[in-house]
Design a binder for this molecule. Structure first.
Ligand code: UD1
Length: 434
């Protein structure tokens, strides 16, 4: 298995460019199934999750060709109504195929994704949405079996106990665009990645109003056209690089960072005393005067993103006082805490929240990556820590960060990757997320 070695305490300086957004690219890839032709997506990051989604699309009959950051998807052979457990357990976003299967093929048999490192992640809201449009849904043998005959527009609310669901909004949208009549989605997720899906679908001929708001209205059409579309940049990768600059007291220009997608993070960084400069082509982080303790609470967009919680906690470990980190989207998403503590962090866990008592220094240690963003937090802690940090199970990081070691090395990090043996099959296929 690969491992990443970091010699910490090096100030990062320079310029870094953000890749395309993983969480935007995944639903856009699936949306290509909605048009009977050849679509091309650009600025798609070269990541394990993207490869997994390519396999999912191929397994349902599409042809997928990847050339650098461009993916061509020929959906003319889309004819399979099944997504098996072996596929879905590798990546829960595979369940996005439900929407296009119902809309274009009239039925679907898709495995339920199962457990996940960051806590329970049901898909009940996805299913309620399809039922509101008249689909008949049942669960049998670990699979969702949905019959779409006679589906028509319907009204629904996709806001659950932990806020609106990104996945349910995307999935339901991908059926509603081709279902006759008017669908109204209330409590729609407002994450930028959902807005991107709306914009791309509209360019393909869909009739959706309300982009970026919590109410989407869809007038079904009979067919969509193939498209050439470029994804937005990855706001979570951008935020992680800004925090890499901040935690090392460096000066880093992050090209492609979209401040309009990162307001909540930038506000908290400023509150923490970090120098932030918004420029036409991105965001620059500059040395501040230490790190102030800062409380954060994760919320659906435009609130503070759960996908930045672990990385921000790494920063707070070095603050000059106590901070509270409250997680409202995935109350159990604190798997990084134990590993950060092995590096010298002082964190006290409560229910759905952690009190982070700032320490003067972190020290390098062997640590285990456990999910995508938790792993990014360990990279950040390693950059700031005294001595060597060895991160194992880096395949988690590779699911969502394109060449993170090379990008950070280019701005002064002493970070290397050692390539080991093939990872065990069980590890390669465990369902993790985000
Ligand atoms: C997406 C992102 C993930 C991010 C998450 C929250 C992708 C591929 N992944 O995941 O990186 O962490 O949004 O911003 O885009 N829920 C239900 N029932 C459902 C669906 C969700 O109760 O049917 C709950 C979830 O357990 C969670 C909350 O709603 O507590 C938000 O989940 P959701 O927005 O659906 O997350 P994903 O789309 O899976």
């Amino acid at each position: 298995m690969d491992r990443i070695l970091i010699e910490g305490r090096r100030c990062l300086n320079g310029e870094i460019t953000v890749s395309g957004s993983k969480n935007a690219a995944l639903p856009l890839m699936v949306a290509c199934l909605l048009a009977d032709g050849v679509s091309t997506l650009r600025n798609v990051p070269q990541l394990r999750d993207v490869q997994t989604m390519s396999s999912v699309l191929q397994s349902v009959g599409a042809k997928v060709v990847t050339e650098g950051d461009r993916i061509t998807i020929d959906a003319r052979g889309f004819n399979t109504t099944e997504a098996p457990y072996d596929m879905v357990r590798r990546m829960r976003a595979s369940v996005y195929v439900l929407g296009p299967m119902l809309a274009r093929l009239g039925q679907a048999r898709v495995s339920l994704p199962g457990g996940c490192a960051i806590g329970p992640r049901p898909i009940d809201l996805h299913l309620c949405g399809f039922e509101a449009m008249g689909a008949k849904v049942r669960i049998e043998g670990g699979y969702v079996i949905a019959e779409g005959e006679g589906m028509r527009g319907g009204e629904m609310n996709l806001e659950g106990t932990h806020g609106s669901s990104v996945g349910a909004t995307c999935n339901v949208l991908m059926a509603a665009v081709l279902v006759p009549g008017r669908t109204v989605i209330r409590g729609a997720a407002r994450e930028p990645e959902v807005g991107e899906l709306v914009r791309m679908l509209n360019l393909m001929g869909a009739r959706i109003t309300g982009a970026d708001s919590s109410t989407l209205e869809i007038e079904g059409v009979s067919s969509l056209q193939p498209i050439v579309y470029s994804t937005i940049s990855d706001r979570i990768e951008a935020g992680t690089f800004l925090l890499a600059g901040a935690i090392t007291g460096g000066d880093v220009m992050v090209h492609g960072a979209r401040p309009d997608h990162m307001n909540a993070l930038l506000e908290k960084m400023i509150q923490a005393g970090i120098g932030i400069e918004v420029l036409p082509d991105g965001v620059r982080v500059k040395p501040g005067n230490g790190i102030n303790p800062t409380n954060i609470q994760t919320l659906p967009f435009p609130g503070f993103p759960t996908d930045m919680q672990a990385q921000f906690m790494a920063l707070l470990c070095m603050a000059g006082g106590d901070s509270i980190v409250r997680e409202t989207i995935y109350p159990e998403r604190f798997i990084h805490v134990a590993e950060l503590m092995r590096m010298g962090a002082n964190i006290e866990m409560g229910v759905g929240e952690a009190r982070v008592r700032g320490v003067k220094k972190l020290t390098g240690a062997p640590v285990m990556a456990s999910d995508l963003r938790a792993s990014a937090a360990l990279v950040l802690a390693g950059l700031a820590a005294e001595g060597t940090t060895e991160i194992l199970r880096v395949y988690h990081i590779d699911r969502g960060y394109e060449h993170i070691d090379a990008k950070l090395a280019a701005i002064g990090a002493k970070i290397t990757r050692e390539t080991g043996e093939q990872q065990p099959v069980a590890a390669a296929t465990e369902t993790t997320s985000s």
